[in-house]
Design a protein around this ligand. Sequence first.
Ligand SMILES: Nc1ncnc2c1ncn2[C@@H]1O[C@H](COP(=O)(O)OP(=O)(O)OP(=O)(O)O)[C@@H](O)[C@H]1O
Length: 677
Amino acid sequence: MLGAVRRFGVSNVLRASAPRSLSASTRWSSQLLKWQPLSAPSFPAAARSFHASYPALKAAAAEAHEIEDDSAQTEIITEFRDLERQGLVDPSIIRNITDSRRMGLTTMTPVQSQTLHEVLGGGDVLAQAKTGTGKTLAFLVPAMQNILNDPTLRQDQRGRYCDPKDTRALIISPTRELAEQIAVEAKKLAAGTRLQVRTAVGGSHKASGLRRIQEEGCHLLIGTPGRLKDILSDPRNGVEVPKLNTLILDEADRLLDDGFAPDVMEIQRMLPSAQEVNRQTLMFSATVPREVMTMVRRTLKPGFNFVKTIREDEVPTHLTVPQKSVVLRGYENALPAILEMAKNYKAKQREDSSLRPFKTIVYFNSTAEVRIAAEAFNNLSDPRRRSHSPLGRMNLLELHSRLSQRERTRNAEDFRRSPEAILFSSDVSARGMDFPDVTHVIQIGIPQTRETYVHRLGRTARAGKTGEGWLFLHDAQHGYFQDILGDLPLTNDSTSLPAASARMTPFVKMASEEAGEDLAARPDETTPEETIETFNQIQQAMANIPPRQREDAFQPLMSNLKSSIHNKRRLVQIVNDTATIGWSLPEAPGVSPKFVQQLGFKRMPDLLKVNESRRGRDRDSDDDPFGAMDRRSGGFGRPSNFGRSSDFGRPSSRSNFGDSGDRRRDSRKSPSYGRRY
Ligand SMILES: Nc1ncnc2c1ncn2[C@@H]1O[C@H](COP(=O)(O)OP(=O)(O)OP(=O)(O)O)[C@@H](O)[C@H]1O
């Protein structure tokens, strides 16, 4: 099968694409993202403009392979079937991709064809392509083919197909959900090849996973950094990778950030040395911010190939997806505004059956907020009061690190399958997750980084579908918004959601409780009746959440807003209003003395109550928006210094390697209380 490769070399064979590839590529472009026909000349143009447009990165680019020189003359294969015809990829893998009863794909996306070209040709690769454009297959196909090509594996087999030492490829992902999603794809591709795919993720049963690896062997191991490090570092586990020749970092910029980099580097140290095995390292992401380039250079071989399929003449996803910003009157208006949006959409859908069902992800910056929002929305129907949810049977789900792994997997799967649903999520689902048909992504508050905004937004408008992004922010966050997202095409929407801008008043328990009515005090005259009803529904639902849970969300919300609202009195006032008006608490909760100290607050006796008895509860409310990412290093007050060089870590300037015209300032300068870095 690989005769063609051996005779002519991979690069030559890959370039020998028939004209059919071009027409197929045109089909993909018209059906999906309006990609131009994927001919070689368009790719070098991108490479050329990359080199010209980022003078600050010339040093890094100089180290990267000049892809344009290598591929300018010839076409690159773009049809999956041609890979089989040319003897480049195993027929079973191609059948699994192209068979209409399996994946049913015909034409490769640009990142797939170009990466395959580079990976099968040998050498390390850094690949950057828009969200939702098929990067998973782009690394799985060549990684699996490399395993099938491995002559040592064939010799070692001796009747038994596989043992733990046969692991040839390791894929590292920042989240458990993403690792599992990659494994599902890998298993689909592997059907009929006898390749063994295994996962190693935190929160799952380590012993049973290890047993499978030991008993049934492993060729391709996919996992999260913490669990992989754990497994590989302990010889008693019996998992060694002495011949590992492919290492893949998915969401590479995240893995090379200082939260994960120590684990990733340690895993690398446990792999065979360059003298023992000529290993290929591949890195993929939609975003490659400048500050990770030091780590990229440290990790990839000199002369690595930089495959960038966001061409200079092509608008990145985060510039093409329609995006709106909504200024909230108070933070307490966020949940009513989400409810109002869902109700409005459902009403429109009743009139226009061509509208897709409302399938939305709502991102918050803290797990505590996610939990409160999910619980409130689930309380919209109350069997005790025989009240039905205004959202009917819409599936209302949550995804964050405080759930058990079983719940996380189940909720992610539920959301994947639901035609109509809202997923309240922390950033555990922000990267890589491929949920079909997401119509809206709503972000509450400003995320910690621009990359986070881009990846969250990328959960919609995938693989050629449409979608829209919404950002709900408080007026006081405007300066911070300008700093990190100001150049993005967000249009302000001040009319379609009255619940965002109307004045909410505290929830009051009415004397009419016998009649089963708890009502919000009446807001001002101009507020539409439906909006008042929406406020009431949210406040009633909130009142049914245990007070302690609402109180425990107070500190995380304040610490999260601190990075975007610098006026401390204003910040405290905003969070107090959220607690008393939005969360229906009788008064703003007290905070622990440690919290006040760590946030650098002076005492504000009139606004902020310090509560000694919260001391012991700090741990409970300690919020970890990214906890599920298996970030092991550091903890509050123990920031990792790993990789703190002048251009890595928390840089003073953060221009985005991938986005032209980026003018961010440091968006990570104020670490939040309780964040586990
Ligand atoms: N060649 C192809 N043709 C059509 N659809 C494809 C092709 N390759 C992959 N897809 C589909 O595109 C969707 C997105 O793929 P994938 O999750 O790999 O994107 P991604 O680039 O990794 O996104 P992200 O940056 O968010 O991680 C998936 O549903 C996948 O099945």
